[in-house]
Design a protein around this ligand. Structure first.
Ligand code: PNS
Length: 159
């Protein structure tokens, strides 16, 4: 069975993430969407809220599981028996950071492959950081976050 991990902060999940989840789920038997517990980064949504939103979003995709993880991604991938890490690259500006992370993960776990997928062009400029900023100022989040989560995300960010 081919399993992949799609790790990230997902604070909150965007349409770009959602597009990537659907693309990645078509390529593997099992896709584990994994939210990082990162105590050093202050987040808008708790890990539990992020996991719950992702679970709701992916409920109709039987190959997709959602969970959270602590520590090194390569260790989590081993526990999950995943062979692949999936990451999204929206633009060239993402590449340097992603390339560095992929090479470092390869050093730590030579058999684990990182695969980059491109989200739909419409989502090239969409990021969780901009969603948080726009949402906190009461801006329109349509075309940025999944419709079924929009009100919840907007209400929360406005507070
Ligand atoms: O959505 P993000 O914040 O860009 O995701 C970053 C993430 C979670 C993929 C990355 O920070 C990560 O893998 N963290 C786990 C700790 C780890 O393995 N660090 C070494 C990376 S080379």
């Amino acid at each position: 069975m081919r399993s992949a991990i799609y790790p990230g902060s997902f604070d909150p999940v965007t349409l770009g993430h959602w597009d990537l989840i659907k693309r990645a789920a078509k390529l593997v038997d099992r896709l584990v969407v994994a939210v990082l517990h990162n105590p050093s980064k202050s987040a808008a949504f708790s890990v539990e809220e992020r996991v719950a939103m992702l679970e709701e979003l992916t409920a109709a995709l039987p190959r997709v599981e959602v969970t959270s993880f602590n520590g090194l991604l390569v260790d989590f991938a081993k526990v999950q028996e995943a062979q692949v890490i999936v990451r999204g690259v929206r633009a060239f500006s993402d590449f340097e950071y992603e390339f560095q992370m992929a090479l470092m993960n390869r050093k730590l776990a030579p058999d684990l492959e990182t695969v980059f997928l491109m989200p739909k062009e419409n989502y090239s400029a969409v990021s969780s950081r901009l969603v948080r900023e726009i949402g906190s100022m009461g801006g329109n989040l349509s075309d940025l976050v999944p419709e079924i989560l929009r009100t919840r995300i907007a209400d929360r960010l406005r507070r």
